[in-house]
Design a protein around this ligand. Structure first.
Ligand code: AQP
Length: 321
């Protein structure tokens, strides 16, 4: 079973990224052949400052490694270190009907938010398809927001297979209902572009400030409260097992629970959860030479795997003349 996913280095990583994708990928290392990359080509759709992109790429890699990505056991690399993926994206573009991309929610949402439409943003799902198909991935752990893109990938792969024979594996999105959409401070999907995130690896002061900004309703302290509509509960539950969730739920329903107190508990929980990884993350970032070597090793493994599919594509398409 080959499992693949990527993350964009387009700003600070947040709890949505962590629970929606990073934690699952780290845990999956026990179960299958894991391919994980830092999607710096994708991040170009939102980051034009070169220095910020380069810095963000190394930071995202360091975060993943500190949190438990094992570069010896898994294949862990930076997307642009496997340039074949761009070649495959061009090939796939020729099998991608315009209507398929025009229907993509993520593109439509971004345009609706006022982001200028350009070809990179529009063709993003084709590059994502290339990322997945070049490694013949079986399973793609993602948040719900990316489900449609995996479906697009299947459609494109089926068209190619129809024309040239069984070249590509059709991938399955892997989405856990529990973490399909982690809510942000305001209850919308936690997202960098909504400015509603709780970021990984920040100072205690900043973390506390973000958590205190979580939007709550005006129910008086003494009254019972509904955990299912409470943003604090919906974030807090990610850190709790079933029994702990039930206990917190009872406190909500009983009345007498102040949102300020529960926010303070959440702050301490998030801080204590990530503190053990912070030292390791800082040490990784201080030794850039080793970090670069680790990523180079990952890129070599990834290029080797990608070259097998690319050989077939070049031959079938006639590009290898
Ligand atoms: N709120 C979320 N809940 C569950 N999963 C999420 N993911 C992101 N936000 C949530 C998942 O994280 C993985 C990597 O995400 P990405 O690098 O593609 O970034 P993104 O989805 O674009 O993250 P943002 O913060 O929402 O960025 P913007 O604002 O730029 O769109 C993916 O698997 C994603 O599903």
């Amino acid at each position: 079973m080959r499992i693949l996913s990527g993350i964009q280095p387009s700003g600070s990583l947040h709890l949505g990224n962590y629970f929606g994708m990073m934690k699952k990928m780290i845990d999956y290392q026990e179960q299958g052949e894991l391919f994980c990359f830092i999607a710096n080509y994708h991040a170009m759709t939102s980051v034009s400052d070169g220095k910020a992109l380069a810095k963000g790429t190394l930071e995202a890699a360091a975060n993943f490694l500190a949190l438990g990505m094992d570069p010896e056991r898994s294949t862990f690399w930076v997307q642009s270190d496997v340039p074949e993926v761009q070649e495959l994206a061009w090939f796939l573009s020729n099998f991608t009907p315009m209507g398929l991309l025009e229907r993509c929610h993520s593109y439509k949402d971004k345009i609706a938010k006022g982001i200028a439409a350009n070809h990179g943003l529009f063709a993003y799902p084709v590059l994502m398809s290339a990322d997945i198909l070049i490694f013949n991935s079986d399973k793609v752990p993602v948040g719900k927001d990316q489900k449609q893109h995996v479906e697009v990938t299947r459609d494109i792969a089926a068209k190619v297979n129809n024309e040239y024979g069984e070249i590509f594996t059709l991938p399955e999105p892997d989405i856990d209902d529990d973490v399909a959409t982690v809510p942000g401070l305001d209850g919308q999907k936690m997202s960098k572009s909504y400015g509603n995130t709780i970021d990984l690896f920040q100072t205690e002061k900043q973390l506390r400030k973000q958590i205190m900004r979580i939007v709550t309703d005006p129910t008086p302290v003494e009254d019972p409260k509904d955990p299912d509509t409470c943003n604090v509960f919906q974030i807090y539950r990610l850190f709790l097992d079933k029994e702990q969730q039930d206990a917190l739920r009872q406190r909500y329903l009983a009345g007498g629970l102040g949102y300020g107190d529960v926010k303070q508990e959440l702050f301490e929980t998030v801080r204590d959860y990530f503190t053990p990884f912070t030292e390791r993350r800082n040490a990784i970032l201080e030794d850039k030479e080793t970090l670069h070597k680790t990523l180079e090793m990952g890129a070599q493994k990834a290029r080797y795997a990608a070259s097998k599919v690319m050989r077939k594509i070049r031959k079938k398409s006639g590009i290898a003349y």
